[in-house]
Design a protein around this ligand. Structure first.
Ligand SMILES: Cc1cc2nc3c(=O)[nH]c(=O)nc-3n(C[C@H](O)[C@H](O)[C@H](O)COP(=O)(O)O)c2cc1C
Length: 365
């Protein structure tokens, strides 16, 4: 039996296999509300047999979005739109997750489909951004990047309350996994990394100070997130730039998160500054292997992600105990039935991988 197709149970959440879809912004929301596109995008992967689907980064407030097209979860109307999509995924045995986030100084951008650059400060669709300091993400870029406001402590506390509010809405929608986004240069990561955070108050300084925003937020979210379900944090486990976050830093943060009751670390990388590798730049085994180092050091369950395309590579990550789940992003766009095709490649039964409506006709025992 392929290890990739063995179940995994964490708390009271059971994943039918170790294959997940990584969160991917779809720029298909209006005022943050999910659309039919989300039903098809997420639903098709459930039909395709993945054990887990993480919904794209979903903003805790309007200005916490990356672009005007990004998803949100700050109002009941967002929860109402997400509920049938979650119910659909669950009806095919998929564990559902949602990543809640704040864009920080990388907000007020075009959608990636439009180029992903910052909106010009004079653009009517742009908005004021915030960060640990008032340094723009790309002060030397060709566009006029908005200078973020250095967050006063009072506003840090307000954003933390917004994370809690989104977590409560996600709980009511029925998600199994809640993920706090602390990667790719967005607000929480921008506080964690020394490449961006040069504050001299209690939210800056050494690693413990820079982690304060994240750790307080996670502790508050933990209070409202049921212990039977799963709490995850996505970290950029390496900044891939000199003087940035290292694997050793991420192991330490992992221990702190574990103490707060976090169940899973989702190990991504990069994105803090323009010269860092971007979140989707990984074309080697390097980043998934880092998940293994973190897993071994912290004892936490981990998700590995970045450039995973081949079933044998995925199998090896689970088999060699480097990861508990493998996440695929772009490869799921290429092949929504990747899990089914992986089962064929790994010569395991395919009868029950796809949804019954397909599996009955094309699967085999
Ligand atoms: C279109 C697109 C949108 C993405 N949006 C998110 C996101 O919302 N949250 C996140 O943490 N990562 C996001 N990512 C990064 C992916 O989750 C993933 O980590 C990255 O693409 C590497 O995996 P891959 O090589 O399998 O694509 C996005 C990637 C792509 C291609």
């Amino acid at each position: 039996m392929s290890k990739l197709f063995t179940p995994l149970t964490i708390n009271e959440v059971s994943f039918k296999n170790r294959i997940g879809m990584s969160p991917m912004c779809q720029y298909s929301s209006e005022d943050g509300v999910a659309s039919n596109w989300h039903l098809v995008h997420l639903g098709s992967k459930a039909v395709g047999g993945v054990g887990f689907i993480m919904t794209e980064c979903t903003a805790v407030s309007p200005s916490g979005r990356i672009s005007q097209g990004c998803a949100g979860l700050w109002d009941q109307k967002h929860a109402n739109a997400l509920k049938p999509i979650v119910d659909f995924q669950k009806s095919y045995g998929t564990v559902t997750g949602i990543q809640i986030s704040h864009s920080g100084r990388k907000g007020s951008a075009e959608t990636a489909l439009e180029g992903g650059s910052h909106l010009d400060i004079n653009d009517k669709d742009s908005w004021d951004t915030v960060g640990p300091t008032n340094t723009a993400f790309d002060p030397d870029g060709t566009r006029l990047w908005k200078t973020p406001k250095a967050l006063p402590v009072k506003e840090i506390k307000e954003i933390q309350q917004q994370f809690v509010h989104s977590a409560v809405l996600a709980r009511e929608v029925g998600y199994d996994v809640l993920e706090v986004h602390c990667a790719h240069g967005y607000l929480l990561h921008s506080f964690l990394t020394p490449l961006v955070n040069s504050r001299d108050d209690e939210y800056g300084g050494d690693l413990r100070g820079r982690a304060r925003f994240l750790l307080e937020t996670v502790a508050m979210v933990r209070e409202v997130w049921p212990e039977q379900r799963v709490l995850s944090v996505r970290l950029s486990v390496h900044d891939f730039v000199e003087k940035g976050l290292t694997l050793e830093d991420s192991i330490q943060v992992g221990f702190w998160l574990k103490d707060l009751g976090v169940d899973f670390l989702d190990c991504s990388g990069g994105g803090a500054v323009p010269e860092a590798r971007g979140a989707i730049g990984n074309r080697t085994a390097e980043q998934p292997d880092m998940a293994g180092v973190i897993r071994e050091a912290t004892g936490l369950a981990v998700m590995a992600v970045g450039g995973i395309t081949d079933p044998h590579q995925a199998e090896n990550l689970i088999e060699s105990s480097k990861a508990d789940l493998v996440l695929l992003g772009r490869e799921m766009m290429r092949d929504p039935h990747w899990a089914f095709n992986a089962a064929k490649t790994l010569r395991t039964e395919t009868r029950h991988v796809l949804a019954e409506q397909y599996g009955f006709f094309v699967g085999s025992s």
